[in-house]
Design a protein around this ligand. Structure first.
Ligand code: MBD
Ligand code: FE
Length: 286
């Protein structure tokens, strides 16, 4: 992305887009908020509130600190950053619990920037890209099987990623709608080969409430470069995961705590000047 376009990418705009996405896709769905029963709400809300009280008593939290929290929470909402805040600091624990009994490939968090129904592409395909899309070309190939090795020709591999400047289409201005997003339909043996570019390390927006927290706490805003994937096949548990690149500066201190050793790729140089890498997905049965 050019500097002028990057200059107009604001936390509030990407936050509003991520909030709208969540409300549209998740709020009213079977896995959404509407289906949580009274006993669970009572138990979980009470425990979280009590945990906050315990922290206040232990550290003798002042009114100045309480008011700073209140102001900050109001700003999270105003900036549309609830999806960002939750997915960066909370989702990894939910994912850990949800996937603790998988025997196939490791999952990790979805994050705020998935968009369903990306263009369908054949097993060997390039992701939608701009003319001369910046970045090191990458061919990412592999197979989708069941955890027992059964090839899954009915699988789809949904993939989305940031561009070479660290921006996601539909969450930053000036990028074509489906840029670097696709739904790849596996081949006869569950195989796929996706041509793309290597994503850039990603800095979460620094000009909104989440950035304010990071600065106030003296943290950093970086995620290591990553590919996002949702791999699915009828009769199998859908796998939401991410893949990272060995040697990345922030692989050991992801702000979103979503790196696992099994998710780190080792790409090698390929003839055309780019890089290539293989990764096979194994899905658990439903
Ligand atoms: C991302 O790109 C991301 O993957 C997560 C989890 C949070 C913020 C931005
Ligand atoms: Fe991401």
């Amino acid at each position: 992305m050019s500097a002028s376009q990057a200059g107009t990418a604001t936390a509030a705009a990407s936050g509003a887009a991520a909030t709208q996405r969540f409300v549209t896709d998740k709020s009213d769905k079977p896995s959404g908020a509407a289906t949580v029963g009274k006993e669970r709400v009572d138990l979980l809300a009470r425990e979280v509130i009590e945990a906050v009280h315990a922290t206040i008593r232990e550290h003798k939290v002042t009114y100045a600190e309480y008011n700073a929290l209140k102001a900050w929470l109001i700003k999270v909402g105003a900036d549309g950053e609830w999806p960002l805040f939750l997915d960066v600091w909370i989702e990894h624990a939910v994912e850990e619990v949800a996937n603790e009994n998988r025997s196939g490939s490791k999952g990790t968090i979805e994050g705020p920037y998935y968009v369903p129904d990306a263009p369908r592409l054949p097993a060997e395909a390039a992701l939608p890209m701009r003319e001369g899309e910046a970045g090191v070309p990458l061919v990412f190939r592999g197979t989708v099987t069941g955890a027992d090795g059964t090839p899954l020709p009915s699988a789809t591999v949904e993939i989305w990623q940031a561009d070479d400047a660290g921006y996601y289409s539909q969450f930053a201005p000036g990028i074509p709608e489906w840029n670097l997003r696709g739904t790849v339909v596996a081949g006869e043996s569950g195989e796929f080969a996706i041509s793309t570019i290597e994503p850039a390390p990603y800095q979460i927006p620094t000009d909104g409430a989440c950035g304010e927290l990071i600065a106030a706490a003296g943290w950093h805003a970086w995620r290591p470069a990553h590919l996002h994937l949702i791999v699915s096949a009828p009769g199998y548990r859908t796998l939401t995961t991410q893949l990272y690149f060995r040697g990345d500066t922030h692989i050991g201190d992801d702000i979103a705590s979503a790196v696992k050793p099994e998710l780190i790729l080792d790409p090698v140089a390929s003839a055309g000047g780019g890089r290539e890498v293989g990764y096979d997905f194994a899905l658990d049965r439903e």
